[in-house]
Design a protein around this ligand. Structure first.
Ligand SMILES: [Zn+2]
Length: 259
């Protein structure tokens, strides 16, 4: 994209890209899936159900272009559950298409300098990036953690505890979030509608999110937000972006691996 002089997020035009790749795009309601691709030799027809909103439709289009580039000559029907999935046990093909979409919509050469310009990451900065790139907060947060050269972790909780987490590459594998979040976290407040989203990250004890006596004096910056609207309390989930206050948290966790 850089070669074509595309330098700002608003210049990213996935429909034009699809056209260049011999894929026609149409928008219409679909039954049982959110997007589909029919590929025949060097041509394809991509159909997107855009009833989930413009941000979602863009991500789905990027996902189908990903299939077209990585899985040629196939007819694929992609459901709402597989596009932008955060499940740990998803199919490799769908994961590849999602990664492709995130790369198209938030190219590293545009995304990383913007992400780095914030002193301390939180959902305040994630939300600004999301609106600039016209993509959901969740997709932006996943991209942020996926490209972060230092230390951040995104954790999602539902009423029954931790659902999933994604860590930055260098985050120690010995520092994995606890299944249950600490009682004072905004996560519980948001899940059970006792509070509204804070404007920025808060300083909290590391023990709110991680087990271990060795971390008792450590703190993190954490910012919790809802993942989407759900009227059903059981389906509700909240994600929290956590970064260390001091590098000592990471050093202590790395020491664990030497045990
Ligand atoms: Zn797919």
């Amino acid at each position: 994209m850089q070669r074509y002089g595309i330098v700002t997020p608003e210049q990213i035009d996935l429909e034009a890209l699809a056209w260049l790749l011999n894929a026609r795009v149409r928008y219409r309601p679909l039954d049982g899936c959110e997007a589909q691709i029919m590929g025949i030799r060097d041509r394809a027809i991509i159909t997107i159900d855009d009833r989930g909103g413009a941000e979602r439709a863009r991500f789905s289009l990027g996902h189908e272009i990903g299939h077209w580039q990585c899985h040629k000559n196939q007819n694929l029907h992609c459901s709402k559950e597989v596009i932008g999935s955060t499940r740990d046990a998803g199919s490799a093909k769908e994961w590849q298409a999602d990664t492709y979409s995130a790369g198209l919509l938030m190219p590293r050469y545009m995304f990383e300098p913007r992400a780095k310009s914030y002193d301390r990451p939180s959902f305040r900065s994630i939300s600004e990036l999301a609106s600039e790139f016209r993509i959901s907060r969740t997709a932006t947060a996943l991209r942020f953690v996926g490209t972060d050269p230092v230390y951040s972790i995104l954790i999602c909780y539902g009423p029954n505890g931790r659902n999933w987490f994604r860590k930055s590459r260098n985050w120690p594998s010995t520092l994995i979030p606890a299944r249950e979040v600490g009682a004072n976290s905004d996560v519980l407040g948001l899940l059970f509608e006792r509070c509204t989203e804070a404007r920025d990250a808060r300083r909290e004890p590391a023990s709110t999110y991680f087990n271990g006596n060795d971390l008792q004096d450590e703190e993190v910056f954490a910012h919790a937000v809802r993942t989407g609207a759900s009227d059903d309390p059981v389906g509700r989930s909240v994600m929290v972006l956590v970064v260390p206050v001091r590098s000592r948290l990471i050093e202590l966790a790395e020491r664990r691996s030497a045990w």
